[in-house]
Design a protein around this ligand. Structure first.
Ligand code: TXA
Ligand code: MG
Length: 311
């Protein structure tokens, strides 16, 4: 904690655990700190980042909350929900965080991250702690292997419990739009707002996490596999294996009992492990799309997309 604070005070970046994935954090009010995030990730473009806050008071100094956003914050914070809100003028957030937009994505993380922000007294900008286009890191070891040569500190908080990035929503009048499926299931949000989430394209910016080939492993990824071909690795789900599974060069089961929460928490680590097996292709069994299955399928779809548009 003390070393993380000292680095952040000095405008440097630190990799920290959150309940979703590891974040590469910098002081959101310090342009040098925010620029170092992009530099370490090797992001080709300045995409807007999520600013993480310690409490609702800090959030309300940065952005304006409509009543529906307030209700969502009260229901899900701290936790894996990110709200896109209208930025308050004179909020102190460096424009590199928002890529010059007049809106900002805010989230209140659980655990170490929340404590760190409270101690710093300033919000932290933090995208997932991985090189651009790679799989998000869910362990400190994965962060160190990827970014260890570029950053000075990785805070090890063990494996992240949720394993997927936060769900991002934006309130538009009396409707709420799902910008990125994530660690909170859409149905849980719908239960709080009492209406269905809007889905699909929205006017304005395209979320970088929405680029097709985000989350790409080195191996190619084949979805909804009905069988395993020679030389393939298999990412399985549930109790029943596809045909030819015995021939897989490596096998990981996201959840033998078919639990989508367990599957989400294993997703990125297992993709990385199967990638390291050296197989040219990872075959993926069908995974249901209900609950957290929506976010899991979203990430797998991006992992399987052509690699010509890397974020
Ligand atoms: O779980 C998470 O959300 C992780 C952990 C570290 O907190 N963070 C994360 O941040 O995934 P990042 O920077 O990789 O994701 C930022 C996402 C992008 O999809 C971006 O487009 C969207 O937030 N975003 C940021 N500002 C936005 C805005 N003003 N309007 C719409 N989307 C925005
Ligand atoms: Mg990311």
């Amino acid at each position: 904690m003390e070393r993380a604070l000292a680095l952040l005070e000095g405008g440097d970046v630190v990799a920290i655990p959150t309940e979703t994935v590891y974040g590469l954090a910098g002081d959101a009010t310090n342009g040098v700190g925010v620029a170092r995030i992009f530099e370490a990730k090797g992001r080709p473009r300045f995409n807007p980042l999520i600013a993480h806050v310690a409490d609702l008071a800090m959030a309300e100094r940065i952005a304006t909350f409509d009543p529906l956003s307030k209700r969502l914050a009260e229901a899900f914070w701290p936790g894996p929900l990110t709200l896109v809100l209208a930025l308050r003028p004179g909020n102190g957030i460096h424009p590199l965080v928002t890529a010059g937009l007049d809106t900002i994505a805010l989230r209140m993380p659980k655990g170490f991250g929340g404590e760190l922000i409270a101690r710093l007294g300033r919000p932290l900008a933090a995208p997932s702690a991985n090189s651009s286009g790679k799989i998000s890191a869910t362990t400190a070891q994965a962060v160190a292997a990827d970014l260890g040569a570029k950053i000075r500190l990785v805070v090890d908080g063990g494996a992240t419990p949720v394993g997927l990035e936060s769900t991002i929503v934006k309130v538009e009048g009396d409707t709420v739009r799902l910008l990125r499926p994530g660690g909170i299931a859409a149905a849980d949000i719908e239960a709080v707002i009492g209406t269905k989430l809007q889905r699909g394209a929205t006017a304005g910016i395209e979320a970088p996490g929405m680029l097709a080939s985000h989350y790409a492993p080195g191996a190619s990824v084949r979805l909804n596999a009905q069988s395993v071909a020679e030389g393939e690795a298999l990412l399985a789900f549930g109790g029943k294996r596809v045909e030819g599974w015995q021939a897989a060069v490596a096998l990981r089961n996201l959840s033998a009992s078919g639990d989508l929460r367990e599957a989400a928490s294993n997703l990125f680590a297992y993709l990385q492990e199967l990638d390291r097996s050296g197989a040219a292709t990872i075959a993926v069994e069908s995974i249901p799309v209900d609950g957290l299955g929506e976010a899991i399928n979203d990430r797998l779809f991006r992992a399987a997309a052509p690699r010509d548009k890397l974020d």
